[in-house]
Design a protein around this ligand. Structure first.
Ligand code: ADP
Ligand code: MG
Length: 266
């Protein structure tokens, strides 16, 4: 089980992005992080794969070790931790399959990864594309896929790591509501089937309710809610979002900063 023990993160000794956060992420659960922009969701996710080093406190991996305990431990942990981002970070000129294959690179040494990867890796990558329903798009350029398809390639790339956990930072924030629901349902189903722990930050309260086995609410760097969808009531939403217990508006897709344009729909 992944967990945070009393983790505080201060950036540049000024901004406190996380304050004494203690949270656990049981194996195989789908855990949602809710919170306004700036609440600390991305920081929490980055702590979980060692991209951000806590100012104090500990992050422990599945086997109970400190994830920053040694370079080898961190490398092992990252190898088996898939990342999915809002803007999927695909390489547009590469095919879907080549993008998914990048999920296999960390299993090879630097030199070996300059050469074409072994057939076994290609099979794993193709199977991952098949899981997300895109086997027939394997040889299409990533930038010719729709936004929803690109995000499914992002899921396939994470799956190609044969992950123990997937960390997803607002994975559906750039998609229209119907596509967002489909993509999240797919991620949820696959994680359930494979027993992968998923930790997913979301903007949409209704999606958190639908898919979260457990929900952490963050406000100004603090965990202000820890419960299930049944207990995510108006008072809890007020603690998380401040004033009103209304669903927060969906953020608009930031197409200018997207590595790929998403003109088409899924
Ligand atoms: P969220 O993902 O919930 O929007 P973040 O974890 O990105 O929240 O940010 C939490 C706080 O930390 C915010 O005040 C943000 O401005 C600040 N922050 C995030 N990353 C950095 C950074 N690299 N340097 C300085 N401050 C940062
Ligand atoms: Mg964020």
């Amino acid at each position: 089980m992944l967990d945070l023990d009393n983790v505080t993160v201060r950036y540049g000794n000024r901004v406190t992005a996380l304050e004494a956060a203690t949270a656990d992420f049981p194996v195989g659960r789908f855990i949602v992080l809710l919170g306004s922009s700036g609440a600390g969701k991305s920081t929490l996710l980055r702590c979980l794969n060692g991209l951000v080093r806590p100012t104090s406190g500990k992050v422990r991996t599945e086997d109970g070790g400190n994830i920053l305990g040694s370079i080898a431990a961190l490398r092992r942990h990252r190898q088996r931790t898939g990342m999915i981002f809002q803007q999927h970070h695909l390489i547009g000129r590469l095919t879907a399959l080549q993008n998914v294959l990048t999920g296999r690179l960390s299993f090879h040494g630097t030199l070996r990864s300059l050469l074409p990867l072994p057939k076994a890796d290609k099979i794993i990558a193709l199977e991952a594309l098949d899981r997300v329903g895109l086997a027939d798009r394997a040889l299409h350029r990533a930038d010719q896929l729709s936004g929803g398809q690109q995000q499914r390639v992002g899921i396939a790339r994470a799956l190609a790591q044969q992950p123990l956990a997937i960390l997803a930072d607002e994975p559906v924030a750039s998609l229209d509501p119907a596509t967002a629901d489909k993509v999240l349902a797919l991620l949820h189903r696959i994680c359930r089937e494979d027993g992968i722990t998923a930790i997913v930050s979301l903007h949409q309260v209704e999606l958190a309710r639908r898919y979260g086995d457990r929900i952490y609410g963050l406000a100004a760097g603090r965990i202000v809610f820890d419960g299930t969808s049944d207990t995510l009531d108006a008072a809890a939403l007020e603690r998380i979002y401040g004033t009103v217990a209304k669903p927060v508006p969906r953020p608009q897709p930031d197409l200018n900063s997207a590595p790929l344009k998403m003109a088409k729909t899924a």
